[in-house]
Each structure stands twice: as C-alpha cells, then as structure tokens.
Design a protein around this ligand. Structure first.
Ligand SMILES: [Zn+2]
Length: 387
C-alpha cells in the first residue's frame, strides 16, 4: 500500500476517528486540515508559517500548476516540494474541478475534458491518464482520480451518466498509475472520488464499483455545492458508513469550522478549503466564538487580539485595532497576519478534535466548540480602549 494508515482511536459511541497517514514526507495526523496552496503558494504565507501553525500536509492545484509554470518546469526543479520549499506532505487535486469552474469552452467527452486555458486561451485536454501523469510529474504524495462533477440540481439521468463516467475514469487513472509504476514512477498514493450528488442510491452504486479498485483512500465528491448543510451532512454519514474503516476519507472543499466538526463527527479524516484564507485576505476571520470582520470600524481602538483564545503569532502580538488599521490602509501585512491566524485556527481546531477523540471525549468537545462558536462572545467591540 502506497499510503499506510493507522487508526489510533475511534469514538466509542460515534464515528469520529483519529489516525495517522505515513507519507514519504512525514506523518500526517488526522483529522487533518490542508491549507490550500493553489499555484504552489499558500497566499502570503511561507512554508515556515505553515509549519509553525502545525501543518503537516497542504493541497496544491494541478490545473493551475500544469498551466503555469508547467509540469516540465516543476519536474526540472526537483518536484513540487523542492520547488516551493515545503518538506511536508502534499495532496494534489485532479485538475477537474478547476477546469470545470475556471475554463471557458470546456467540453466533456469519454476521452476527457477539453478546455481552453483561462490564462491565454490555449486549447488542451485533461484525460484521466493525463491527470495522473501530471500529478506524478509534480511529485505529489497523494493524487486524486479525475471524476465528473455533478452540479447541484442535475437530473437523475445526468447523475447516472456522471457516476458511470467517474467509475470508468477511476479505472483508467489506476491503470495509468500501474503503467507509471512499471517504468519506476507512480509512487504516489491515489484516492478515488465518490460521486452521485445528493442521491443516496447513486452514491452507493458509485462506491460499490470503486470499492473493488485498489485505491489508497476515498474522497466524498460533489458535496457543499449548494445542496444545504443538512442534506450534505446526511450524504457524508451515508458515504462514511460504506467506506472501509482502514482507509482515509477526505471531504473535499469543506472548511467552515462548524462543518468540519460535524463532518469529523460523521467519520471524515481530511479536509481542505480556501475559505478560511480567502476570507482572511478580505478581512474576515473565524475565531473560536464566531466570525469576526476585522475591517469593522468598531474595532478601531480594540486592544484585544483577533481571538483571545488563540495562541498564533498574530494573536500573541497584535491588537484588533492594529489589524483593522492595516486593512483600512490597504497594507499587505494585514492580509498576511490575518492568514497566519486563519491557518493556525483551522489546524488547531482539528488537532483539538484529535486530542478529544484520543481522550474519549469527542462528544463533549463537539458540543463545547459549537456552543462557543455560536455564542458570539468577544465579537462585540470592547467598551474600553479610550474612545
Ligand atoms: Zn490567532
């Protein structure tokens, strides 16, 4: 197996799990939150910032790196880890989601997705085989299979077609990895992606086919695309109940703190999302008591850190008043300091969840986190500060 996974603890009366993935670039503790380094950089942060936050894995986007600088350049520079100066583990996506969401004039056929670059309009084709070859060329630790996404609101026939194609593409991706291995490459782990939208029977049918294929882990695809949280979580519970307990489970694109805790409670091990860092660069951060709009004028003389309960560099050193000033003045340091907090906060959340699972107190942890998040406490501007 390309990716040894040790299950260290499971909640006695629930599904929450704590585990450990062993990669060529170190162990990854689960539940894990992967910061997103879209084009080979987690915007505004250095690899040392990520390590300080406790990150042991990050996600990079195949589509972006394949277009610029191109897989040939990354390979010539010693692979993505060396190119970006990151020694931890890397998971890459298949490129499919970005092709669908960013490229104009994309067209899906059995062969793959033909598209035009959103950068310069160049025509290209992303096939299941090419997605595997690119990820291998980048030197990723965990690659993702190319799947066909189902948009929210798709008809049952569209869902059926997408599931069938996802299954065929999954097989083709695995075959391509086998061919790479015959030539001494393809050492990366490969995850299959379960599709089927919000139709439970379709998701079951998809997984029944994927289950027989030698994937190193399984992702829950096509969720959090507008179906609503209750239905999304219902599908999460449905999928994890089918997935084998000895492989990691990855919920793609989910990163709201409440959703992460609820998905951990339903047996998910891995997460990624641009939301916390993208929001941070726009001046909004999640803290333990809710969502804080840093730019709010009411914080102009607030001496408290962003989150009094956080021990990140930003919260140990700076006031809300200073952060608010940086954003008001358009200073780049504001984006950077808010991002430092955002990544630290998400990783701290999953680490605390992990500690609670290991200690057999996840149920209490979950209630505490959710209650605190919804309390809004400390979000109100302080009366003090010399106004
Ligand atoms: Zn902080």
């Amino acid at each position: 197996m390309a990716l040894p996974f040790t299950l260290e603890a499971q909640e006695p009366a629930g599904q929450a799990r704590a585990g450990r993935l062993t990669t060529a670039h170190g162990d990854v503790l689960t539940p894990a939150f992967m910061p997103v380094g879209t084009v080979g950089s987690v915007k505004t942060l250095t690899p040392d910032d990520l390590t300080s936050a406790g990150a042991d894995i990050l996600l990079s986007n195949t589509y972006h790196l394949a277009l610029r600088p191109g897989v040939g350049t990354v390979r010539a520079m010693g692979g993505l880890h060396r190119f970006m100066g990151w020694s931890g583990a890397i998971l890459t996506d298949s490129g499919g989601f970005q092709v669908m969401s960013l490229s104009p004039l994309r067209k899906i056929t059995e062969e793959g997705v033909s598209f035009r670059s959103h950068l310069d309009g160049t025509a290209a084709m992303l096939s299941p085989e090419e997605a595997i070859r690119i990820q291998d060329g980048l030197g990723t630790d965990i690659a993702m299979s190319l799947d066909e996404l189902v948009e929210d609101g798709a008809t049952p026939e569209q869902v059926r077609g997408a599931v069938d194609r996802t299954i065929r593409w999954a097989r083709r991706g695995l075959d391509e990895r086998d061919r790479l291995r015959e030539r001494g490459g393809g050492t990366m782990a490969l995850f299959g992606i379960n599709q089927g939208g919000t139709i439970a029977a379709a998701r079951r049918r998809c997984f029944e086919a994927l289950e027989g294929m030698p994937f190193d882990g399984y992702a829950l695809g096509g969720l959090w695309v507008g179906e609503g949280k209750a239905l999304g979580l219902e599908m999460v519970a449905h999928d994890t109940a089918m997935f084998p307990s000895d492989r990691p489970r990855y919920l793609m694109g989910v990163g709201h703190p409440v959703d992460v805790v609820e998905a951990i409670a339903r047996g998910v091990d891995m997460f990624d999302c641009v939301l916390p860092t993208r929001n941070a660069r726009r001046g909004t951060v999640f803290i333990s008591t809710g969502r804080l709009v840093v730019k709010n004028a009411a914080y102009a003389r607030d001496e408290r850190p962003l989150d009094p309960a956080c021990d990140c560099y930003t919260c140990r050193r700076f006031t809300r008043a200073y952060l608010r000033h940086l954003f008001a003045a358009g200073e780049l340091l504001g984006m950077r300091l808010a991002s430092v907090h955002a990544v630290h906060h998400m990783i701290r959340l999953v680490r605390d969840a992990r500690a609670a699972i290991l200690a057999g107190r996840f149920a209490a942890f979950r209630s505490e986190v959710l209650e605190k998040f919804h309390s809004g406490e400390t979000l109100e501007p302080a009366a003090a500060g010399g106004a």
